[in-house]
Design a protein around this ligand. Structure first.
Ligand SMILES: [Zn+2]
Ligand SMILES: [Zn+2]
Length: 105
């Protein structure tokens, strides 16, 4: 496994590293420029309730983009709604053509 930031291979035995809780990739503690006290919170055992979730810089950027994504999705939902309305209008115009084709047998 290699560090997200410097892409140098992480030595599990000698290097201090943290795993991102979102993408599960690893990063050197030294690459984070965190204080020892801050690092302690992130490196507590995963099952510890006091452990703080660590999110790497890349995921943080993605998280920041979520509000943009939500407005994008809202726009799509409106478009889909409009399409559905037009579709049901069209269905009303054509009547029950689809159902009568099967009864001719
Ligand atoms: Zn690194
Ligand atoms: Zn990440």
């Amino acid at each position: 496994m290699s560090c997200i930031k410097c892409s140098i291979l992480i030595d599990e035995k000698s290097d201090k590293f943290i795993r991102c809780d979102l993408c599960s990739r690893f990063i050197h503690v030294v690459c984070l420029e965190l204080s020892d006290a801050e690092v302690k919170w992130f490196t507590l055992r995963p099952n510890s309730r006091r452990r703080i979730k660590f999110i790497c810089c890349e995921c943080e950027q993605n998280v920041n983009q979520i509000p943009k994504l939500i407005t994008l999705i809202n726009g799509w939902q409106n478009k889909i709604k409009n399409l559905n309305e037009r579709f049901s209008e069209l269905r009303n115009c054509t009547g029950d053509v689809a159902t009568t084709s099967n009864t001719s047998v």
